[in-house]
Design a protein around this ligand. Sequence first.
Ligand SMILES: Cc1cc2nc3c(=O)[nH]c(=O)nc-3n(C[C@H](O)[C@H](O)[C@H](O)COP(=O)(O)OP(=O)(O)OC[C@H]3O[C@@H](n4cnc5c(N)ncnc54)[C@H](O)[C@@H]3O)c2cc1C
Length: 433
Amino acid sequence: MIDVAVVGGGISGLSVAYRLKAEGIKVKVFEREDQPGGSVRTLKIKGYICELGPQTVLADKEVTEFIKSTGIEPVFASEESKIRYIYKGGKLIPVPLSPVSFLTSPLLSLKGKLCVLAEPIARKRTKEEESVAEFVKRRFGEEFLENIVAPFLSGVYAGDPERLSVKYAVKRVYELEEKFGSVIKGAIKLKALGPRGRLISFREGFYQFIEHLSQNLDIELGSPVLNITKKEDKYIITTSKDKYEAKIVVLAVPSYSLAYILRSLYPSVAEEFDKIEYAPLVVINLGVEKGNIPPGFGFLIPRKEGKRILGVIFSSHLFPGRSPEDKELLTVYIGGATDPEAVELEEDELLKTVKEELREILGIENIDFHHIKKWRKAIPQYNLGHGRYYELRDDIENNFKGIIITGNFLDGVSMADCIRNSKRIAEKVKALK
Ligand SMILES: Cc1cc2nc3c(=O)[nH]c(=O)nc-3n(C[C@H](O)[C@H](O)[C@H](O)COP(=O)(O)OP(=O)(O)OC[C@H]3O[C@@H](n4cnc5c(N)ncnc54)[C@H](O)[C@@H]3O)c2cc1C
């Protein structure tokens, strides 16, 4: 019999397993794939270190401390990564970093800027639940939505602001309005305008952290869990290879896998989790000659600019050693909830589009190397009505003591959220023991 079974060896499951093991609890991880890590994949090729999944994590004190406590040192992103651009009207325009640069920035018209400055006296909410688009238009105006918020949301969720719920997708911003009646006033009061933490990665890329976390854990790789049933006070875990018994099962799989695994135990509730939408995303890593890339983190493209690229990260500007000395590494994102067909395009077509658009935007003529990774279900969408999934999770956990549900479809999509949540999940496990 297993003390604690963790199903899913992505960052959520591995962080929970690591914390439990550190407290002397016996834990076994079941992972469907032949390697752990889930969305985290790093490819080392031709002198480049390419991230096929997450590129960097905004690590606050808690996340940094957890990482360091595991015995590995993160690397911090360069100073220049504070510079970000929005592509507008054929130019890369720096995102303003201070109130003065906001007032002089060409990103918004005078009318657009006045709408932002008038946010503290914006109309009150009249709907029970608003989309991000409705919220931002009401408080900051349409231009701010199109030119700034929507591109940034595509950078986090690859999402559609017309469908994302402000209450669940950007909870921090929603709460500022709830508590202070104004996002700007609240942010000034809480000194919450800047990013919370520093961008980090690891010397050999993000997968180095996965390898490090996994090395002393008991992980059953290539073992998809097919079903979970209950027998007296134990759960029977059926994998493709064997059957196991456990008193406590932490489910750290995507919501569609959760629906499948719990279909016998609690069919009516489990099937609801199959309805959470995931945005598809294509990640294209490109090696290019030095000389054309401006300093900074990268750029985002508002949809109305008519390009297929959502955004580009200047990966070799963020962390050292990501490209050969005379080259640069770019990571390009295409697709998302507003362009789901992109993931169906042939690789040749994707590459042709990217080359054409990068020639126009950055003047890049030659590509040294490329790699294309298609994620059909990349990022879960916290769309309108997402709140019901917290009730459904509680329903499952209350009816089936010993089942604990976590993962990026509930308490935040960033890696930092997954790591922070693992502490709460480990506490829940300990309380059940
Ligand atoms: C392309 C891309 C770019 C991203 N960029 C960033 C970024 O720059 N910064 C950031 O903070 N976040 C980023 N994210 C988000 C972040 O990577 C994810 O939210 C996070 O890694 C999710 O971790 P998880 O463990 O919850 O889920 P997953 O990583 O999805 O892990 C779930 C695991 O469960 C396994 N599994 C599924 N079904 C079963 C089963 N039946 N039995 C056993 N195992 C199963 C899967 O194989 C997988 O390993 C990005 C995501 C993607 C896809």
